[in-house]
Design a protein around this ligand. Sequence first.
Ligand SMILES: Cc1cc2nc3c(=O)[nH]c(=O)nc-3n(C[C@H](O)[C@H](O)[C@H](O)COP(=O)(O)OP(=O)(O)OC[C@H]3O[C@@H](n4cnc5c(N)ncnc54)[C@H](O)[C@@H]3O)c2cc1C
Ligand SMILES: NC(=O)c1ccc[n+]([C@@H]2O[C@H](COP(=O)([O-])OP(=O)(O)OC[C@H]3O[C@@H](n4cnc5c(N)ncnc54)[C@H](O)[C@@H]3O)[C@@H](O)[C@H]2O)c1
Length: 460
Amino acid sequence: MKHYDAIIIGAGQAGVPLAKKLAEAGKKTVLIEKRLVGGTCINDGCTPTKAMIASAKAIYQAKKASALGVEIGSVKVDFNKIKQRKNDIVNQFRSSSEKGINETKGLRLIFGTAKFSAEKELTISLNNGGEEKVTADWIFINTGAKTALPDIEGLDEIDYLTSTTILDIETVPEHLMVIGGNYIGLEFGQMFNRFGSKVTILEKSSSILSREDEDISSALTEILTDEKIEIITDVKIDKISQDKKQLHVLLQSGKTAKNITASHVLVAVGRIPQTADLGLENCGVKMDDKGHIIVNEKLETNVKGIYALGDVKGGPAFTHIAYNDYTIVYRNLIEGMKYSIQDRPVPYCMFTDPQLGRIGISEKEAKEKNLNYKVAMIPMSQVARGIETNETLGLMKAVVDPDTKKILGAAILASEGGEIMSVLQMAMEGDITYDRIRYCVFAHPTYTESLNNLFMKLDK
Ligand SMILES: Cc1cc2nc3c(=O)[nH]c(=O)nc-3n(C[C@H](O)[C@H](O)[C@H](O)COP(=O)(O)OP(=O)(O)OC[C@H]3O[C@@H](n4cnc5c(N)ncnc54)[C@H](O)[C@@H]3O)c2cc1C
Ligand SMILES: NC(=O)c1ccc[n+]([C@@H]2O[C@H](COP(=O)([O-])OP(=O)(O)OC[C@H]3O[C@@H](n4cnc5c(N)ncnc54)[C@H](O)[C@@H]3O)[C@@H](O)[C@H]2O)c1
């Protein structure tokens, strides 16, 4: 049995950089991956979806080009080429990551499924056959999450799609029914609508984006509905069945019963941690009732020397959070720092068009916390850059503290909303108050310049 300084389970967004850096720091390290280097983000998540969303945006832009005086004629979608481009980008990212691992001295990559067989011992079922046992002083669990399946009668008897399988479907669905109206449902829903599918989104809450402020959720609902996407809320699905031609969904929306047929169903109701087959009972690492690994603010589990990073530990499930987990663990263990995950900013961006860039607290949260707050808001139809580029959908909104003048949070539903939000995040991190931003000199005419006008609204 081989002994290492460090074992990392999962070549995801935390695992790969951590493994490389530990090996570079002189630690004998092994990285175990059961499927593909790069994990969800590169292979089934951010990279492929954002590549395909770029194609969907090009279709949309081409169709509205006549508003800018450009006549394109009919727009033809080559779905195979869209997928090929997506596959090329994914392969490029994955192979460059794998090359980086293989070129790192002191780092071994094993393809296989790891399971704890004792506290600091793992048994690996190797992908090319056989088994290997390894032990280490430090073990880092970065096994990510997978699609959650709702408890709906008949779901296990139909050919449903997940965010992974939909990436490789042969043709554009005629009618795509999406269960779940949040990040995955909305990004895929709008994308396939633009590729030519009829799209129906079924959301169990009273609105899509149910965790966001109502004005943000209703603005996006209007935008998507204008694109002819059907959104049904307050949904309880009673049964799904399939015959040779169609899928049939029996549901209640509020008090109304509906029977909807569709050609395809995409399940997008959240993700669950990949912990069930990890053998955690053999090492004593504790999980919560949803199967997430419980960690302290330094990402250590209840067992000394075993850490969990990324989606598997619960909390915000984003690539940048998994990556930040790696930097915290690495700097604490190798550089002797005392970084914590508490109070770190959690920005995110949903890549619908317009994007939703979010940071800090929402108005809803400010109200719930009984804070003294004010809201600044400007519709994109009043933003010069938006008008000039024909990107007038959405709004910018910031929640501020009128006493300290600090920005508490922002929701930017706009073209490039993620970039504009990041400008406000920098201001929040650097304690730049809104009364300064109001008079900051920004280049004209940029979206950022409109932050002057956004905060001017607070005087009115
Ligand atoms: C469709 C989709 C779109 C997304 N878009 C975005 C986005 O735009 N922006 C964003 O920030 N986030 C996005 N996310 C979320 C993001 O992908 C995840 O938060 C991120 O990948 C989590 O990284 P991780 O390192 O925790 O896990 P992962 O990247 O999931 O990596 C875990 C790895 O562990 C491996 N593994 C699991 N169990 C074992 C085992 N027993 N033995 C060996 N290996 C194992 C898995 O095969 C996998 O490779 C998206 C997710 C999806 C599904
Ligand atoms: N741009 C991004 O950053 C991005 C993009 C995609 C995914 N992600 C990550 O992936 C994770 C999973 O995304 P997601 O959208 O699948 O999950 P989610 O938990 O964010 O949203 C699931 C939605 O499904 C609804 N729902 C649950 N059960 C339902 C049912 N039976 N019928 C109808 N609706 C139901 C919920 O009310 C919710 O609105 C997110 O946590 C996110 O962190 C991020």
